[in-house]
Design a protein around this ligand. Structure first.
Ligand code: ADP
Length: 200
């Protein structure tokens, strides 16, 4: 298996890159944001529970997201691998994911951190607001999501650095170039069992 996590601030392109990596390596793409939006759209019990958090740009409580992710991930433990997109997003989620994978005897291979300047993130999200139809793609919620990212999620960089699993990617380049760089890094890892330590 090849198991990856991808994270970064809102608008960093993790959804786009996850889909491309999943396609390239035959991985299952588990996007926590897509899962939640899907539940909200279908107006399920879970959807009703999480709507207020998602629309305000706040994090859904850990226990809710953990249950949902475990339930999905368990179906794919015999697949070619999983790319977790948008999960984990807190230290608690990261620790729980480690425990879950450890219990199933599964290795988390690499954690991709997408780096994009704040002004570029803002431009991208405002640009996609019209097409995405997402209630959280607006100026007010953008600032909330950035704050939440800085407070709750950015610390995952150190958590995974300590495990020597972090790959830092400059996400400011064209989409195809970013995908190629990530693929190079994955291929390098598969061959040498080592992750590039510098920003690529
Ligand atoms: P973004 O484009 O901001 O990175 P996502 O599509 O990954 O957004 O997630 C959208 C929203 O879904 C988040 O702002 C949050 O409300 C909720 N969400 C997604 N993943 C998680 C998670 N792992 N823990 C808590 N809430 C989450």
């Amino acid at each position: 298996m090849l198991n990856l996590v991808i994270f970064g601030p809102p608008g960093c392109g993790k959804g786009t890159q996850s889909a491309r990596i999943a396609e390239r390596y035959g991985l299952v793409h588990l996007s926590s944001g897509d899962m939640l939006r899907n539940e909200i759209e279908k107006d399920t019990t879970l959807g009703k529970q999480v709507k207020k958090y998602v629309e305000k740009g706040l994090l859904v409580p850990d226990h809710i997201i953990l249950k949902k992710i475990y339930k999905s991930a368990i179906k794919y433990i015999n697949s070619a691998g999983i790319i977790f997109d948008g999960f984990p997003r807190t230290l608690v989620q990261a620790v729980m994911l480690d425990r879950f994978l450890h219990k199933k005897d599964i290795l988390l291979d690499m954690v991709i951190l997408m780096l994009v300047d704040r002004s570029e993130l803002y431009q991208r999200l405002m640009g996609r607001a019209e097409d995405s139809g997402r209630k959280d793609d607006n100026e007010k919620v953008f600032h909330v999501r950035m704050k939440v990212y800085e407070k709750e999620t950015h610390c995952l960089k150190n958590y995974y650095k300590k495990q020597s699993k972090i790959l830092q990617v400059n996400g400011m380049e064209p989409v195809g170039d970013v995908s190629d760089k990530i693929a190079n890094a994955i291929n390098y890892y598969c061959k040498n069992n080592r992750i590039y330590s510098k920003v690529i």
